[in-house]
Design a binder for this molecule. Structure first.
Ligand code: NDP
Ligand code: MG
Length: 381
């Protein structure tokens, strides 16, 4: 029985993780969980899975939760609580919170020797060097949940680095893939949230529309697979059937295919190295799909992807800035304070205004993240 701590239980990845647990009660047990402010759903989940520790986003949510629980549990709240719940006794932490708030809990879990299944890509983008160094030092596994990285992980299986010539990430293109740049001037939040292939949380859906999601994934791939940016490429693939590929030095390309269903990579991260039958998932019927399309990426059209590669190559604090500016900008866009194209302007300005420093310690990462977010807000007024 694998004991799981789940951060972000009420989100898109969180609820699908619980579906995997529900289907495999003999394999997994939920020991602890966290969510933000969705108390109704959080309480329902807690009453079903009965984790012994629960963390909520704030004290109000914690107080509300107390009145809705049908059993005894320890209740924590806030960022300190999130770090504390992450080190609850467990075999694996599933990090499915949204945003860089996942960084300290991830580091603490690793320091406690707990394996981490990571969906929370902002953590790896913000401080990939700290997370991967800590994992190596402690000998803990970092298992990808993101579908592209799960695909690459599986295509790399059993092969050595020097045989790999490139990792090829596929990108669906997001909600605006058929729009020209000039069409993006007046797009709305609702249009941006209408992803053609995947149903996901709001922030990642906006990141997919802006192509920042793929930029974050490029940096995530660099850290998860210890690969130089010259050996990571992106290709547009509108059907989201090929989840990503690995090209080897002999020209062989291994691709991972499947229907767009996040339960597959979630379950694989949880059960690895075992592969479990997926309950209730759709099977891939290629004859029904018929054709698969692949297009070269247009880095002018999707400028944020280019900026992400640049920030990744600059290294040090540059990806921290990229992520912080993007998180702040997407939040403003979702709250209808800025336009869609302003996201790009804000990220570019933040990177231009920043003097990159190499190998930053955690304190510097936290300070850079904080100052970039406040500069974004200050520029708005
Ligand atoms: P959602 O927005 O759907 O869920 C986020 C979860 O985190 C919710 O449980 C939310 O709680 C909680 N949360 C948000 N902010 C905080 C905070 N400040 N403190 C504590 N908890 C918080 O996101 P997704 O599930 O879509 O994405 C989660 C992560 O996984 C992201 O990093 C994303 O990039 C990554 N990912 C997601 C994929 C997907 O298919 N959705 C695919 C690949 C990666 P509440 O809602 O209760 O407030
Ligand atoms: Mg992905």
């Amino acid at each position: 029985m694998k004991r799981i701590t789940l951060l972000g239980s009420t989100g898109s990845i969180g609820t699908q993780t619980l579906e995997v647990l529900r289907s495999n009660p003999d394999k997994f047990q939920l020991g602890a969980m966290s969510f933000g402010t969705n108390v109704d759903l959080g309480a329902k989940q807690a009453n079903e899975f009965k984790p012994s520790v629960i963390c909520t986003g704030d004290q109000t949510a914690a107080d509300q939760l107390r009145g809705k629980l049908h059993y005894q549990a320890e209740i924590l709240f806030g960022l300190d609580g999130l770090t504390e719940v992450a080190v609850s006794e467990a075999d694996m932490l599933v990090n499915a919170v949204m945003g860089r708030v996942g960084l300290e809990p991830t580091l603490k879990a690793i320091e406690s020797g707990i394996d981490v299944a990571i969906a929370n890509k902002e953590t790896l983008v913000t401080a990939g060097h700290l997370v991967t160094e800590a994992a190596e030092k402690q000998g803990v596994s970092l298992l990808p949940v993101d579908s592209e990285h799960s695909a690459i992980y599986q295509c790399l299986h059993g092969n050595v680095d020097k045989e790999v010539s490139q990792l090829i990430l596929t990108a669906s293109g997001g909600s605006f893939r058929d729009y020209k740049r000039s069409d993006l001037e007046n797009v709305t939040v609702d249009q941006a949230l209408n992803h053609p292939n995947w149903s996901m949380g709001a922030k990642i859906t906006i990141d997919s529309a802006s192509m920042m999601n793929k930029g974050l994934e490029v940096i995530e791939a660099k850290w998860l697979f210890n690969m130089s940016y010259d050996k990571i490429s992106v290709i547009q693939h509108r059907e989201s059937i090929v989840h990503s590929m690995v090209e080897y030095v002999d020209g062989s390309v291994l691709a991972h295919m499947g229907t767009p269903d996040m339960k597959v990579p979630i379950q694989y991260a949880l059960s690895h190295p075992e592969r479990l039958a997926l309950q209730g998932g759709q099977r891939l019927k290629l004859w029904e799909v018929g054709k698969l399309h692949f297009e070269e990426m247009d880095y002018e059209r999707f400028r944020l992807l280019k900026l992400a590669f640049d920030a990744g190559r600059a290294g040090g604090t540059a990806p921290t800035v990229l992520n912080a500016a993007n998180e702040a900008a997407v939040d403003l866009f979702l709250n209808r304070k800025i336009s869609f194209l302003d996201i790009e302007t804000i990220v570019e300005r933040a990177l231009n205004d920043h003097q990159t420093s190499q190998n930053p310690p955690l304190e510097e990462i936290i300070e850079v993240d904080r100052s970039v977010r406040s500069a974004v807000l200050a520029d708005l007024t």
